[in-house]
Each structure stands twice: as C-alpha cells, then as structure tokens.
Design a protein around this ligand. Sequence first.
Ligand SMILES: *[C@@H]1O[C@H](CO)[C@@H](O)[C@H](O)[C@H]1NC(C)=O
Ligand SMILES: *[C@@H]1O[C@H](CO)[C@@H](O)[C@H](O)[C@H]1NC(C)=O
Ligand SMILES: *[C@@H]1O[C@H](CO)[C@@H](O)[C@H](O)[C@H]1NC(C)=O
Ligand SMILES: [Zn+2]
Length: 326
Amino acid sequence: MWVCAVILLAATTGFSNGDDWSYEYETRWPGACTTGAQQSPINIMSRSAIVDKLDAHIQGPLVFRGYSNVNASAANDGHTLKWTIEEDEIPPVVSGGPLRGNYSFVQFHLHWLSEHAIDGMKYPMEIHLVHVKTGLTIEEAVERPDGLAVVGILAEVHSTSEENEFALGELEPALPYLLTRHEGSYPASVIDLSRMFSSNMQSFYTYHGSLTTPNCQEVVTWILMDRPIKMTDTQFKLFSKVDVGGINNYRSLQPVNRVIHRSRESSATVAIPSAFGLLAAVLNLSSSVTGVMSKGMCTLVNIKKRFFGKGVKDCSVAEALKNKSP
Ligand SMILES: *[C@@H]1O[C@H](CO)[C@@H](O)[C@H](O)[C@H]1NC(C)=O
Ligand SMILES: *[C@@H]1O[C@H](CO)[C@@H](O)[C@H](O)[C@H]1NC(C)=O
Ligand SMILES: *[C@@H]1O[C@H](CO)[C@@H](O)[C@H](O)[C@H]1NC(C)=O
Ligand SMILES: [Zn+2]
C-alpha cells in the first residue's frame, strides 16, 4: 500500500514523467492534459486581448533582477533542450506586472516551432523561462494556481552573416553535445539571459494557463512577449537538428475560453513575424512541415494567406512542400 502511494505521488508531481509521453500522441497525455479547461498553449488574438487601462490586473511594470549572470547547465532530456540553474546559485527573480510576489528562475528551454500563436501566426521558435514562486519547491508550486510564472519569448529567423550579435549565439557551443538525448548535462557556464530578452520586456500578453507538457498542471501565469527576437537561419537549422524524440517539440493549440490581458505598452500594432524570415525557415525545413501535417493541423494556413491571398486551398503550401523531395 505504501509503495503504491509513493508511486502515485511520483506520477502526479513534477514537470514530467521521463519519456513515457510523446508529442505524436497528445491525445494519450494524462490528467489535466485531456480534462483541463485552462490549457496551454493558445492562439492569442491581439484584438480580443484586454488592455488593462486601470492597472487592475497588470499592476505596474515587470521587474527583472539578476538575469545577466546565470550559471546554468544544459541537457537534452529527450523532449527539449533545457538550461537549468545550478542549485547553489542565487536565482534571477521576476516580479510586478500580473505577478503577485516574487518568482525565482529555475530553467529555460526551447520549443520549435513556437507553442503559442499570435493572430494565428506561429513563429520558428519559442523560449520558455520557467520560474517558481519564491519559497516554494517545484512539487509545491504545481499544486497551486499561482505556483509558476513562465516568460515566453518568440524568435524569428533573419538571414544575415552577423551571427554573433544574435540572442541565441551564446547557446551554440553546447549544441554539439546536445544533439541526442543524454543522461547528465553539459558543464555549467555563465549565460547572460538578458541577451534573449525582447526589445521591450514591458510589451506582453498575459493569461492563466498550464504547463505544456504532462501533467499539464493549470498553475502557470503566462507572460508572452509580443516582440520577437532574432536568430539566423544557421542557428535555426542547428537547433532543429537536435533529436527531441521527433521532428518538432510543441504541443497543439488548446481552446482559449478565458480572458487574455495585454500590457499597455503592447502597442496597437500587431506583431507579425518578418514574412521573409518565417517562410525562409519553413522552406528549408520541409521535414518539419511534414511533422505539422501529421499532427492533423495546419499551422501554415496563415502563412499561405499572407503570401497567396484568399482562394488558395487550405494547406496547399504545406502540401506542396511535403511532396517536394527533401
Ligand atoms: C558554475 O557552476 C559550476 C558547477 O557548480 C562551478 O564549477 C563553476 O565554478 C560555476 N561558475 C561560476 C562562474 O560560478
Ligand atoms: C521580493 O524581493 C524583494 C527583493 O529581495 C523584496 O524586497 C520583496 O519584499 C519581495 N517581495 C515579496 C512579496 O516577498
Ligand atoms: C536554405 O538552405 C540553403 C542550403 O542549406 C542555404 O544556402 C540557404 O541560405 C538557406 N536559406 C534560408 C533563407 O534559410
Ligand atoms: Zn515550454
């Protein structure tokens, strides 16, 4: 009986249960992943997001402390590339905005393609900076609706030779060691997380949602920056070569059915990824497109609309790419 209880506890806490889930079989994900009503990621329609003019929900600016020197070790856990802060280090802390209290940085990881969409548009990559309410363990945090805060930063692809100026440049040295799943991690080194910050970290959408991996606990205050950062084609190709158990590592979009707030600084201008950058990345990644199709959803519909206008059959761009030999 005791053994059973311990196993059950282990199965219901924490971020994930190792490798007993996959992005190919989302419908088999456990618990809140299939029964929850506040799941993530979602498509955010900029026009239906509420601007919080009275500062009732977003009570002042976000405050980021200590993000420029983070001693973190990198790992490929079979689902993502993840950089986790060393245990004995003082973590960066975010507060303000929609957050009540301080949230300590634990790890960041990457999704390609992006998990969230803005106005139906997906981006090539999304970075998640995961924070736990200061003073709580992760196990405690996933039991509380306000336990976690995740800052999401979208990345778009820009073709250029000035690679070293780009935000993700300092992650590259670890990549050759992270191409396949490993036990253990790449030795800790100091990373300047503020290099990954968007050009205006006060310009964001925020809503209450869930972890995007099993067990999908609905304990996350999401803060999604609306201005994408830039990476190069070469970087994107480097990241997308990483084996994360499949071609992509993003969860399907979930029903919105809740209020999305946007900060006052998140301007009326809709943030649209550079059309060239996005299409260029997609064209060079036909295998990734095949992955999208096999999940039975067409994230490329909107790209198609932008490039070819109305009247083109849904997903025809994707179909054309799929049939093209790689
Ligand atoms: C980072 O952490 C590692 C492992 O804990 C340690 O050996 C190293 O000295 C740390 N680096 C810095 C700059 O503190
Ligand atoms: C958050 O951290 C700051 C700086 O350490 C501290 O002054 C403040 O009291 C903390 N806020 C809460 C709600 O704990
Ligand atoms: C696409 O890939 C080709 C060959 O790898 C490369 O020469 C080209 O620059 C890439 N273009 C873009 C826009 O990514
Ligand atoms: Zn994530």
